[in-house]
Ligand binder design. Structure first.
Ligand code: OGA
Ligand code: MN
Length: 298
């Protein structure tokens, strides 16, 4: 297996490996080391079935179900297992969704810079997206390196934010776009959870900004001041020098570390062109709100 840096120092392209078959522990360790050094790995030309994608993903931890998968009835699902996130513009029967389709409008939240599942107490570890059908124009996925963004802050800001705790909720990111229709019985799924704003990677000890469109508050701060500050930080962290845009090819598998990056979808003609990606995500371990920095820093 070879990893070649791709455009930026936080994205690597992996070749000379077949991830559709069981991997050896040494291969898994090599991929994890690659994820620690970079934060996004692109595996071109890896046709995968959903089962193969789940098997490959389980090398890195326990799979979690997407929130929208959990909130949908089985009859509304196009793909089988709840561990496979349906990142497409298709409905359960495989037709393009209408412009005002509720599920389509919910999914437009992916266009805001975010970290997957940051609205859950443990967030997500890696996410993995496998491209099955890609549009002719647009629909790239942007990634931003939150380690480099943290490093580039001035010392005063680093000190000021070191111990800040933020509140994340899916209701906040969707609210920004004017979406609030979650359906009955889902109120408990949109309650805010707390995370540190600065987190430390458990293996590398590197600090990064834990930003996400799901943040709606900073504990102890007036809400408008918190939101304005989170906007400033997000603007800083998504400057071109910290970002990479992935132009999808069919059978690309891209995996990223949600602990050290943000990502977002970009616009395409989703009322006339199909875009079908399948996502798996690894459950986060440990609550960032309880992380003790001195353990790694000291
Ligand atoms: C996701 C996501 C972005 C995209 O699958 O978690 O945010 O480009 N996708 O579809
Ligand atoms: Mn996402």
């Amino acid at each position: 297996m070879h990893i070649t840096p791709l455009n930026h120092e936080f994205v690597g392209e992996v070749s000379a490996i077949d991830i559709s078959v069981p991997l050896t522990p040494a291969q898994v360790a090599e991929i994890e080391a690659g994820m620690d050094r970079f934060a996004v790995l692109v595996f071109p030309d890896q046709p995968l079935t959903d089962d193969e994608q789940c098997t490959y993903s389980r090398n890195f931890g326990e799979l979690e179900a997407t929130l929208i998968g959990q909130m949908s009835k089985p009859s509304e699902r196009r793909l089988g297992p709840v561990e496979i996130g349906d990142i497409s513009n298709l409905d359960a029967s495989g037709k393009l969704r209408d412009r005002d389709d509720n599920r389509r409008m919910y999914a437009l939240g992916n266009r805001l810079w975010h970290s997957d599942a940051s609205f859950r107490t443990t967030g997500a570890g890696y996410s993995l997206l496998s491209a099955r059908v890609v549009p002719g124009h647009g629909g790239d996925t942007g990634f931003a390196d939150m380690r480099a963004a943290y490093d580039a802050l001035d010392e005063t800001t680093k000190t000021e934010i070191e111990d800040l705790i933020t509140e994340h909720s899916i209701a906040f990111s969707r609210g920004v776009l004017g979406f609030d229709n979650y359906g009955e019985g889902n109120a408990d799924k949109v309650r805010p959870v707390r995370h540190r704003l600065v987190r430390t990677h458990p293996v590398t000890g590197r600090k990064s900004l834990y930003l996400s469109a799901h943040i709606g508050a900073i504990v102890g701060w007036p809400v408008p001041e918190a939101r304005a500050f989170i906007r400033d930080l997000t603007e800083h962290a998504t400057q071109p020098q910290f970002t990479y845009a992935h132009r999808w090819r069919v059978n690309d598998l891209v995996m990223w570390d949600n602990r050290t990056t943000m990502h977002r979808a970009t616009r395409f003609r989703d009322l006339s062109e199909v875009r079908d990606l399948h996502r798996t995500s690894i459950k986060g371990t440990g609550m960032t709100a309880e992380q003790v920095h001195s353990m790694v820093a000291g």
